[in-house]
Design a protein around this ligand. Sequence first.
Ligand code: NAI
Length: 319
Amino acid sequence: MKAKVVVTDQAFGGTLAERAVAERHDAEFAEFQCATEAETVAAVAGAHVVFVNLAPVTRAVLERMAPGATVIRYGVGYDNVDVRAAGELGISVANVPDYGSETVADHTVALLLSSLRKLSVYDSRIREDGWIKPPGLGTLRGFGDTTVGLIGTGRIGFSVAKRLMPFGFRIIAHDPWAPAGALTAFGIESVELDDLLSRSHAVSLHCPLTPNTHHLIDDAALARMSAGAVLINTSRGGLVDEDALVRALKSGRLSAVGLDVFSQEPLPPESPLRALDQVTLTPHSAFYSAHSVEQLQLLAAEEADRALGGRRLRSPVSA
Ligand code: NAI
């Protein structure tokens, strides 16, 4: 019987590398744009290798795959895959941890610098009101007087720190698993979360979404942040309680926010975030550059090659 390779959903334009690996193993190939669990359940029936971007890979989805199948998540975060259920069902899961950290860091820094300089608000005041005098938005802090707090200092968090250093920011970080020595050697002060929230003028999120980090930034966390602080999230929408975020923006607790990720994607038309010009919105595009997308698909296809060839996976993940 022929093996079956399925792409449940993708956001890259084409699937040349994935098709090529299926062909090399004489496997069937099918591609979908699943958004719901029901669509994904139908798409993966009998699949031996499943490439997934954002589709929900629940227990019901995993149960429809061929025994011993492999799920390859296009990207770093695998919070849309029920990894525990996969383990119980004997299905392997792999991610692609290293295709584009630098691109995500570029995007994060672009959002951070723009938010600190209030570019989106100046832009909309000029378009809507004709002009605005600079003090109209209150005092702006110079980069050299600004403390940035990074939550998570893995590949992306650390790359963000490297980019921010030359601007003169003071950088503090919270990451329970980062070796403090490595951070200190680079001039980053390692602190507890509460300390980071109260001392930072800007906070940027770079930890994974897990049951422990869900709504890490809620009303209580926002209340600890300094008045007029900036928040950047290019990690996962579920890290932030969006209702609390809107309250903090309306009260002035936060002065600007940059978001690439949302609790629901695409962002619902009725989301109050759309109406706030202190918020810069990007469509889960932090990973996106010509080089990173090419790398992502090549590395994912190489992992599929290993799975179809019965070899050990490069980047397996487990619960
Ligand atoms: P990584 O695994 O290299 O680093 C994550 C870091 O978070 C680790 O050092 C870990 O110790 C730390 N961490 C875990 N729990 C924490 C907690 N409770 N508090 C503070 N730190 C904690 O992952 P990487 O490559 O840096 O990616 C980070 C996240 O970025 C991913 O989980 C993914 O959700 C997101 N991402 C978003 C993209 C986008 O296009 N917007 C693209 C790629 C990744």
